[in-house]
Design a protein around this ligand. Structure first.
Ligand code: ATP
Ligand code: MG
Length: 424
């Protein structure tokens, strides 16, 4: 017996009833990023597995257990991208772009991680992210915070908290790692299995553990803040100064180490308590060493990614309605001649009323049934082309919402009528 055809667990359809919201939000985001001087970049969904391993780090959740990887018949190991930064860095190096000056790019697309699907956590999900290559000052880190802050405001989102931390230089991190290893080794029997493993592979990640039994131990652990190098302290102070000047509230979270290996100095997350455990909407930070580590010229970099599914869930949770109320017209015709002419009229209307939605009837039913279709499409107006209208070179307009009566006029007059009523 053949099994039912269905989508893969954790990979969702976006259905027509929901896609307008996605399109609107994606448009708001890309318009905003473009206004801050970012340009779009599109990299392949598949890269060499090695590109992700080198960029993200071997001892991370993503590389250890979340990647969709396979071997080509040639033996080459490939993976679906689990995040967007590795591909951007690879493209920057391959096309030598940072040599041309500071690069400000944004991307949007599907990412793939083999995780346990739950609310706000999927196996195919979508991120919008930005990366800046070639600038190491704290002003640019702050401008990213200003831009995201403006984004939440323009979407009408509330209850988002900016959490920040600094990871210092790679030397300071290396020193801190050994301090941390010494500390946790003392209490090794209190660590869970995961953390005992991380003690060897990625001790900073122990700080990230959600295990309740270990919280006390983690809270008492030495702080990276106390092992920081002076340049990183200054960078972090400047970053905080900018945030204060911009009036962006923040909370320092010394346990914020981020999942990925490549970060240094500034790290941040925008979090909410409105979505349960999956509360991080946007996350990122500085990764000054990565381009060089991947084989490029030393190039400082900073970026972030927004999880679009979580953003949509939050809009829903906060009852925020993002609609772009566009005028919609259902053009109905009766009779062969009228059907022919309706194609021309639809063309004229679409070119004269950009932004309006024009449904040209394709059911070819009676007027009565076409009116039903118009209601179902939630159209604002019916534009009617019957025998009489056709022979007088006219059309009739009937408002479908509200009380206005049916009027007959020339097509030019009808277009002006719609222009006048477009935003009424
Ligand atoms: P988490 O701790 O929730 O697993 P992460 O640190 O793995 O997050 P990042 O790699 O920083 O996440 O990705 C940036 C953003 O992408 C996250 O803040 C989140 O909004 C979104 N995101 C990450 N993984 C998923 C997923 N599996 N499903 C939906 N969104 C996700
Ligand atoms: Mg994760």
């Amino acid at each position: 017996m053949s099994s039912k055809i269905q989508a893969i667990r954790g990979m969702n359809d976006l259905l027509p009833k929901d896609s307008n919201l996605w399109l609107s939000v994606e448009r708001i985001i890309s318009d905003l990023f473009i206004s801050y001087g970012f340009k779009n970049i599109r990299t392949p969904v598949v890269e060499k597995t090695d590109t992700f391993c080198r960029a993200i780090g071997e001892a991370t959740d993503i590389v250890e257990k979340e990647m969709y990887s396979w071997k080509e018949s040639s033996g080459e190991a490939l993976s679906l991208r689990p995040e967007g930064t590795a591909g951007c860095v690879r493209a920057m190096i391959e096309h030598n772009l940072p040599r041309e000056g500071i690069q400000k790019v944004f991307y949007q697309g599907a990412m793939f991680r083999h995780e346990r699907p739950q609310k706000g956590r999927y196996r195919q999900f979508h991120q919008v992210g930005v990366e800046i290559f070639g600038a190491d000052n704290a002003k640019i880190d702050a401008e990213l915070m200003a831009m995201t802050h403006v984004l939440w405001e323009s979407l009408g989102l509330k209850n988002l908290t900016l959490e920040i931390n600094t990871l210092g230089s790679s030397e300071a991190r290396a020193n801190y790692k050994s301090v941390l290893v010494n500390y946790f080794t003392q209490y090794k029997n209190q660590l869970d299995e995961d953390s005992q493993r991380r003690l060897k592979t990625n001790p900073l990640r122990i700080l990230d553990s959600k295990n309740k039994d270990m919280q006390d131990l983690i809270n008492k652990a030495p702080k990276l803040m106390d092992s920081l190098d002076s340049e990183s302290i200054q960078h972090f102070d400047e970053f905080k100064n900018y945030l204060e000047y911009l009036n962006i509230p923040y909370r320092i979270n010394t346990r914020l180490v981020r999942g990925l290996d490549y970060y240094n100095r500034t790290v941040f997350e925008w979090t909410t308590t409105d979505l349960g455990a999956q509360g991080t909407i946007c996350a990122g930070g500085r990764y000054d060493g990565l381009v060089e580590k991947m084989g490029g010229k030393p190039t400082p970099a900073v970026g972030f990614a927004i999880g679009l599914e979580r953003l949509m869930l939050l809009l829903e949770e906060q009852n925020i309605c993002i609609s772009n109320p566009s005028l919609s017209i259902y053009l109905m015709a009766l009779g062969d001649q009228a059907q022919l002419k309706s194609i021309q009229i639809a063309h004229d209307l679409r070119s004269s009323l950009p932004g309006a939605i024009l449904y040209n009837d394709i059911t070819l039913g009676s007027f009565k049934s076409q009116f039903k279709k118009a209601d179902k499409a939630n159209a604002d107006y019916a534009l009617i082309l019957g025998e009489e209208e056709l022979s007088n070179n006219q059309v009739s307009i009937k408002p479908l919402k509200g009380q206005g009566s049916q009027k007959t006029m020339s097509l030019d007059e009808a277009i002006n009528y719609f222009k006048d009523n477009a935003n009424a």
